[in-house]
Structures are given as C-alpha cells and as structure tokens.
Design a protein around this ligand. Structure first.
Ligand SMILES: NC(=O)c1ccc[n+]([C@@H]2O[C@H](COP(=O)([O-])OP(=O)(O)OC[C@H]3O[C@@H](n4cnc5c(N)ncnc54)[C@H](OP(=O)(O)O)[C@@H]3O)[C@@H](O)[C@H]2O)c1
Length: 343
C-alpha cells in the first residue's frame, strides 16, 4: 500500500465534486490500485481546513456532527504553504478559477507546490497557457509531474490518447470540439432556437456561466488546444499565438445556410502545420463539417477530439461527462496515474 498525501485547493463546484468522489472511491482505490488517497487539507479563498486523514473525513461520527460542505471552521491562519510543509510531499489538486489574463491564482499555487516538492494535478488552464515553459522547467528541475486532464476537456480523454495511445506515430493534425457550452448553443440553434434563446437556456440549465464570454468568444477552446498541443506535440505555444473567433451573436441565417449546404456548423479548435519543417499553428473558429466527419454527430454538451496520424490513420474519441463530477473524475484519474506503477 502506498500512502498519497493530497491537498485540495479550491472548493467550488469542481473542488466539492472531487472531495465527494475521493470519499466515494477511497476503498476502491485502495483495493484496485493499492493507493491510500489521504486528503490532508482543503484550501479556499476564505480559509483552510486541516484534515488528519481521508479516513477521518469518511468516519460516520465525523459526518454525524458536521457536514464538511457547510463547515464554518475555515481557518484563515493556516496557509497553503503551512499545509505543504506539514505533510512534506504528495499531490496538490488545483481547482481554482481559470484566469486567462494573469494565470492567477493557479500560477502561484502551482509554483509553490512544485517548489515544495509536490506533484500538481490541475483543472485550471490559465497558468499553463500563459507560462508553459516556466512551469515545465520547474517541474523538470524538481523531478515532479504536472497533469492537466481536468483542464483539457476533463472526462473526454485528450492528453492520454495523444501521449500514450498514439506514442510512436507522427501526429499530423488535431481537431476538437472542446467546449460544451458553445456546442450546446449551436446544437439548439440547429433545432430552431435563436442565439439569445439558446444561450439563455444554457444558462438556466447551469451549462453556461452567468458571464459566458470565455466560452462563446472561443478562448476556452483556444486554451484547451494550446495545452493539448504543448503536451502532445511538445510545442511551447502560448494563448497569444492563437487566432481565435467565437460564436457570439451568430445569426440564424448562418445556421440555415450550413443546413442548405448539407453541412453542420461546429466551433472547432485546430492544430496543424503546413509541412514537417513548418511551425505548428492553433486556430479556433466556426467550421462547416460534412455529415460523415467523425465529430459531426457530437451534439449538445458533448465534446470530441480527432488526431490524424501517419501510421494509425485517424483516431477520434467523443463523449465524457461534461460537468463537475466528470471533471473531478479526470482529476482523480491523473492522481492515480502519478502513483500507480502499472499505468
Ligand atoms: N465547472 C466545471 O464543470 C469545470 C470543468 C472542467 C474544468 N473546470 C475548471 O475547474 C476550475 C474550478 O471551477 P469551478 O467551477 O469549481 O469554480 P468555482 O465554483 O468558482 O470555485 C472556485 C474555488 O476556488 C477558490 N479560490 C479562488 N481564489 C482562490 C485563491 N486565491 N486561493 C485558494 N482558493 C481560491 C474559491 O474559494 P471560495 O469558495 O472561498 O470563494 C472556490 O472555492 C476552473 O479553473 C474551471 O475552469 C471547471
């Protein structure tokens, strides 16, 4: 059995789902992988909670007195730095908000973890798209890992396919429908709704954020494509290298025209290069897909990715739960992948 210290930073939708999943899967991970996944502390903006072990959290007596979700005892005095030093090493799970302009708070959180000898598993995208070299070099210097499935379409496997399943192939191009909100809006528009109505519906269902700009302007897709390219192709692209256009305010005429041409309109992220010696480019924008395209039927909040290779042909994967629980499951998978030696 291997004991794994976990510190969770961020206790919003994804952080809470990760906490719940860790409790649910604690015994399964011990039996199946020989891993004792011990949550040592949770840090959020309003304070920190220190836990002696996941077992304590799991014990019925603990829950008989307090439900951690509503726990009032968030202690501002204990800092993340204190927690990381107290437990020495392990994995920090970052569920803080994504900021594509400053990369914070994820950037400071990840740097601190790596400097103190902790692996990082993250759901937030900002730091990795703004400072990919700095974080990669720091992790390399400290012989630690940064895993970002939670930030790259989460429950839809993207990095794992590119890194492991396609090892040894030359990847020629990557395309993806990587944002559930925009795909939902386009799907509902194809069914007759206006952009405004489709967006309102997505917001009512909790699919779209109250401020949906990162999604509808294409930046979320761009960030995911950059992360995938940097990991899978070894590029060092930044968000500022990407040509981005979104779907905001798209008219019904455009959707109708696509239908008349026998095509389907999708917000697509593309990574490609002109030839083996050319630089990789990432672009995000509306694409007209033939019905035969492997991603044409990816509807609603579903996502999909396709890799074009020299020796395995094209490989596409679609689906994956598009919600906080799906994101939490991707984080858990990344934690397991660091410590389970058969991965
Ligand atoms: N929602 C999804 O389905 C989904 C899917 C995949 C990836 N993601 C990514 O996952 C991340 C979290 O998303 P979410 O929906 O869970 O966000 P959220 O509900 O807004 O929660 C964010 C959490 O981060 C905490 N936080 C903010 N600043 C902090 C700081 N400086 N130090 C420590 N904690 C801080 C907040 O603390 P307080 O609670 O004290 O305010 C809150 O608990 C984002 O990067 C998002 O892009 C989300």
């Amino acid at each position: 059995m291997e004991k794994v210290n976990i510190v969770l930073v961020g206790f919003g939708r994804v952080g809470r789902a990760f906490f719940d999943l860790l409790k649910e899967k604690y015994d399964y991970c011990r039996e199946r992988y020989g891993l004792l996944l011990e949550l040592r502390g949770i840090v959020r903006k309003k304070g920190t909670i220190l836990l002696s072990s996941t077992q304590r959290v799991l014990s019925p007596s603990y829950f008989a007195t307090e439900d951690l979700h509503d726990l009032a005892e968030w202690i501002p005095a204990i800092t993340l730095s204190d927690l990381l030093e107290e437990f020495g090493s392990g994995v920090l799970v970052d569920c803080t908000p994504t900021n594509l302009i400053t990369g914070e708070p994820g950037l400071s959180v990840m740097k601190m973890a790596l400097e103190k000898g902790w692996h990082v598993v993250t759901a937030s995208k900002g730091a990795l798209v703004l400072k990919p070299e700095e974080l990669k070099n720091l992790a390399k210097e400290k012989k630690l890992l940064i895993k970002a499935s939670g930030a790259t379409a989460a429950a839809l496997p993207t990095l794992d396919i590119g890194m492991y399943s396609l090892a040894g192939t030359e990847i020629l191009a990557i395309e993806g429908i990587l944002n559930g909100t925009t795909n939902y809006i386009l799907t509902r528009m194809a069914e007759g709704l206006t952009y405004k109505k489709a967006l309102e519906e997505a917001q009512e269902k909790g699919i779209a954020e109250p401020d949906p700009s990162l999604d509808v302007e294409g930046w979320d897709t761009a960030a995911k494509m950059v992360l995938i390219a940097n990991q899978v192709l070894g590029t060092e692209l930044k968000l500022s290298d990407v040509k981005v256009s979104g779907i905001q305010g798209i008219s019904h005429e455009v959707i109708d025209k696509a239908g008349k041409l026998g095509k389907i309109l999708k917000l697509f992220g593309k990574c490609y290069r002109q030839g083996p010696d050319s630089a990789w480019k990432v672009e995000v924008g509306l694409a007209l897909l033939d019905y035969e395209h492997p991603l044409a039927r990816v509807d609603g909040t579903n996502k999909g990715i396709i890799f074009y290779t020299d020796s395995m042909g094209w490989v596409a994967v679609t689906g994956g739960k598009s919600d906080p629980r799906g994101a939490a499951a991707a984080l858990l998978k990344d934690v397991i992948s660091i410590y389970w030696h058969n991965f």
